[in-house]
Design a protein around this ligand. Sequence first.
Ligand code: ACO
Length: 325
Amino acid sequence: MPQLRSVVLGVGAYLPQKTLTNDELAKLVDTSDAWIVQRTGIKERHIAAEGETTSMLGEMAARDALANAGIAADDIDLIVVATSTPDWTFPSTATQIQAALGITHGVAFDLQAVCSGFVFAVATAEKFLRSGSHKRALVIGAETFSRIIDWTDRTTCVLFGDGAGAMVLEAQPSQGGADERGVLTTHLRSDGRHRAKLHVDGGPSATQTVGHLRMEGKEVFRFAVGQVTDVVKDAFAATGLTPEDLDWFVPHQANRRIIDMSAQKLGIAPEKTIATVHLHGNTSAASVPLALAVASADGRIKRGDLVMLEAVGGGFTWGSALIRW
Ligand code: ACO
């Protein structure tokens, strides 16, 4: 039966100019390049310049994605921004980006699911487009985690970085087949009982401060590898597709060991896994679209490929999106 499906028109990314290598970090805290690479795979991260905000990174990624899609900003009528590090408590980062792009129609709003934010935003935008209410969406993940990191805590400061990624989706008619382009299925989960394992110890209502990121690393690791694969299995079950059908697995870029162990657990071949965590560290909601932009630009992800997005973040939240590119 004819229906609407959200088709990827383009992706884009932006990383701040300034880089911070593991060796430079070793001058700030008691750590080493060898420890960080062995435990996480991260080699460097990018840090936003003074005055450079999340919306500025998001705007740059959005412009890159619009150019890649070959459409004008004015063609967009829906902007969903996933971020946990907004410029301001309000108004939303999405409306800042909307204004910066010169868009005065349509709707723009933020969504907060920490590191799962981009997958949640794709799922949300996809439902808007499929309903016929909107035609073209900019889905953005943008973060400046450097602003909420405790730079004296070596157990967290080595892991994170700043950046942004974006995707343009367009509602197009489809017969509903798994071989037709577009978002095939999305699966989201959350379980708020895990709050303490990964959180920020400040906020406007609780402390009237911004706060710092706190994490029980081992617990997060265990959850990320142990639990999160259920949403990927749900995506395969919903479509009748299998790990063998997959061309690319694009998980949240938090830690190389989590990425490899998740792929192994799901029976996804290592050569189908996209990992860019060495280039930018964990950029939270920006990590999946950053990885997509890299793999699309270097020619790995091509039109017609079957691509599985997966992410996990604070809450906990976790989700998957299966896309025929
Ligand atoms: N440099 C050197 N030593 C360190 C550092 C560091 N940066 N950080 C911790 N250590 C030390 C610890 O103090 C400990 O020393 P001890 O044995 O003397 O007590 C030792 O290294 C081992 O620490 P562990 O915490 O056991 O190290 P582990 O192997 O678990 O690795 C890590 C820690 C990398 C944080 C891991 O637990 C992890 O990746 N967890 C997942 C966290 C994550 O990816 N979070 C991202 C956000 S959540 C998300 O996006 C899903």
